[in-house]
Design a protein around this ligand. Sequence first.
Ligand code: C2E
Ligand code: MG
Ligand code: MG
Ligand code: MG
Length: 287
Amino acid sequence: QADMAMYAAKRSGQHTVFFSPELATGRQQRLSLETKLNHALAAGELQLHYQPVWELDSGRIVAVEALLRWQDAEGEMISPATFIPVAEEIGLMGALSKWVIDEAARQLESWRETGLELTMGVNLSVSQLQGADAARKIHDQVVSSGSDPQWWLLELTEEAVMQSPEAVMEAMRLLDGAGFRLALDDFGRGYSSLARLQAMPLHTLKIDKLFVDSLREDTPDDRVVRTVVELARQFSLRVVAEGIEHAEQARQLTAMGCSFGQGFWVSPAVAASEIPSLIRRAAPPAL
Ligand code: C2E
Ligand code: MG
Ligand code: MG
Ligand code: MG
């Protein structure tokens, strides 16, 4: 193993590199993750699960967010936070993202056939937002699947915007012009300037769980959430609060004028087949 590591170091042109046992193990875990991930898509190990988004005051489920799930051949669940960065690095994110949109479109269509008119939230990666051509690919894929762009909420993070603001803005303008709705995800964690926020064709702000967590019962700190809700009102944007785990948080958010929520209090992401019964049950209104 140490020899292989030395060999790799030589090939990459490095000199005087020492490999500690831990480093070798890390590298190996990483290599095996890459190999497994390369097979995962073809082997059908990837799935989309869907997390309901509800209207806080009525409890009505109005949308879902599609979230990638990977159960590897050994049955282990690997988090998207772990494998998405790896997929980006090994050039697999394009294929993965394409699969996500196909799968989400197919599911949306099948719900619509049974009369469920849900909005489909999908997370976009940085590579899907590199200019107008990248955006056109998303548009063509959605439209050729027979879906209407206005049923989709495309989520992007401030981090993605910051990586290449010009290209991402161009992609956003095209998608917005084609009728898609756009959401800024994990809002409050990044560094969007107000000038940039004003320039972005957004429909929705998703308040990061971090700030929803601060709405505790004992020493609640609602200043950031209150400010974001007010900001959204000024910009005529919708607000979705992420990561609601307790009734008390839902209550506080409703009182502040936040309209939509998502979180384990109502449901984690579940298999598509579980969504209709969740909708029939509805979320408890937070009064
Ligand atoms: P995200 O888009 O911010 O998604 C919300 C995350 O918060 C999900 O984690 C969800 O399971 C989790 N969550 C929701 N409610 C609660 C709650 O009440 N408590 C707690 N503890 N967690 C909650 P997940 O599924 O692990 O996804 C992590 C991130 O991976 C996502 O964050 C998104 O950035 C990325 N991701 C997931 N699927 C895709 C995909 O298809 N494409 C791309 N590009 N990224 C994806
Ligand atoms: Mg998201
Ligand atoms: Mg988020
Ligand atoms: Mg988040």
